[in-house]
Design a protein around this ligand. Sequence first.
Ligand code: FAD
Length: 311
Amino acid sequence: MAILLFADHDNAVLSEQTVRALTAATQIGEEIDILVAGQNASGAAEAAAKLAGIRKVLLAEQDALEHRLAEPTAALILALSGDYGTILAPATTTGKNVLPRVAALLDVMQISEITEVVAADTFKRPIYAGNAIEVVQSTEAKKVLTVRTASFAPAGAAAAPAPVQVVETGAEAASLSRFVENMLSKSERPELGSARIIVSGGRALGSDEKFRSVLNPVADKLGAAVGASRAAVDAGYAPNDFQVGQTGKIVAPDLYVACGISGAIQHLAGMKDSKIIVAINSDEEAPIFQVADYGIVGDLFEILPELERQL
Ligand code: FAD
């Protein structure tokens, strides 16, 4: 049966996570439709239509869908679900908000944060903070999945765009929840989730002033996003949304530079899929060196300023 990919977007722009989740969808089967639910979302729908390997884009527009609150969006997906054997979404805030509700309404078990498609009904997903990989075979007639997008490459572009089909929504305004405000952090730097390079700092930075004055110049030279360990966030050296790890963001950049981070499993769970890992740590026994491609044993307060000069 066909596959429905619930797109993540901000009405104007389709997210990179959707493009990556499409790769997972193409590994499951061939007849893939992308659902763009929103309001004034033709920009996102047109971007989706240009992706390779899809049959069509379903565009559902209504005030109630503008912010993709769980109740009206899940009702929409449920109304469409009869035509699909698999319903999936990237494991973003919206995907993780909407799909469990869809799964519950369909009375099936969701398989969360898949990292590999073994077969159309069998998936790999990390458990125990990424320390073990579980292989799950689903016997559900309808499969509901979220996709850990860092594990999949972005899908390519199509030679010709797929058709965009407008669907009647019938979605009613949510009664249990309402949209109040979107408070987005503003930064000149790339967004942590999609950055190609990340420079991350740990407890060793010692203060928020040091975090900024020692880490930022290197990040600026590399055009990198800045990340942090939980210890650095808890100590107030870096804001919450910098946190990388099990309870922070899951990232997989081309280059991850870990500075003064010991490499606790909860931190590794968020960054060990990075293509190249560089670790700077004064303790040569630090566990971070076990996952690092390049390790520098030394004092980061000497190494980072020197690195900045060299860059
Ligand atoms: P530390 O472990 O204290 O390491 C500091 C490192 O800096 C040491 O290796 C030290 O050798 C080195 N160092 C010291 N001085 C210097 C210097 N001058 N130059 C170079 N190196 C130096 N952590 C996360 O990061 N992300 C998460 O999402 C997360 N989620 C968690 C969830 C749970 C349920 C729990 C229990 C924990 C979680 N943690 C998480 C916390 C995690 O266990 C660690 O405590 C944390 O990652 C440690 O941060 P750190 O490496 O910065 O600090």
